[in-house]
Design a protein around this ligand. Sequence first.
Ligand SMILES: C[S@@+](CC[C@H](N)C(=O)[O-])C[C@H]1O[C@@H](n2cnc3c(N)ncnc32)[C@H](O)[C@@H]1O
Length: 219
Amino acid sequence: MTDNINYNHIVEYLNNTLPDTDGLLRQIELYAHENNVPIIQKEVRCFLGMLLKYKAPKNIIELGTAIGYSSLFFSDYIKKDGHIVTFEREKEYFDIATSNIAKAGKEDTIKIIFGDAYENVKSLSGKYDMIFMDANKSMYRYYFDTLFPLLEEGGIIVCDNILYKGMISNDDLAPRKQNTIITNIRDFLSYISHHDKLETSIIPIGDGVSVSVKRSTDK
Ligand SMILES: C[S@@+](CC[C@H](N)C(=O)[O-])C[C@H]1O[C@@H](n2cnc3c(N)ncnc32)[C@H](O)[C@@H]1O
């Protein structure tokens, strides 16, 4: 068990069984692999693809663009007139993501906001039916509180890296310097698990993914 979440043989089996991407997405994966850019793992991509196929969201907020892999992947599933707004603070990643989005001809669909999401999310308005959190993990609660009012009823919030290399469930795996992030993620998971307007599941694939659906007010 190297990622402290799943057995190697299970991860390997999932990797060999689930379908690969092709074209630009495949090229981005290879670039990410060669240059240590963190992008969603294969089993997470396939899980999200299934979820998006079912949900077909119109407008998505993403925190953490990196080089545009997940936003480009999502863009194939959103409704025709839908949009994705995504936040990235690393200039190099922002530039590569901008170029990848242009290569895909998706400039009108995906808008990247450069800078710290912490500041920039406050100015968002409109209605969204999916929020994907994949940026600084210790701020998930802040992002949730800021963005939840913009989420439609029936909308989904997906958070990646929520089991954080197994450290969230096992103190022995956690170096002291990670204490704040671990405490914050634990508090966040407890919060969304018991929130009366959410139906939440925590799924041990990849580095851990949570999925929450916003309940409608009449239920
Ligand atoms: C795991 S990567 C995102 C991967 C991307 N979602 C994908 O799967 O293709 C996390 C990204 O979040 C960015 N990030 C972290 N904290 C941020 C912040 N406060 N504001 C904006 N971007 C941030 C990092 O620079 C990094 O590129």
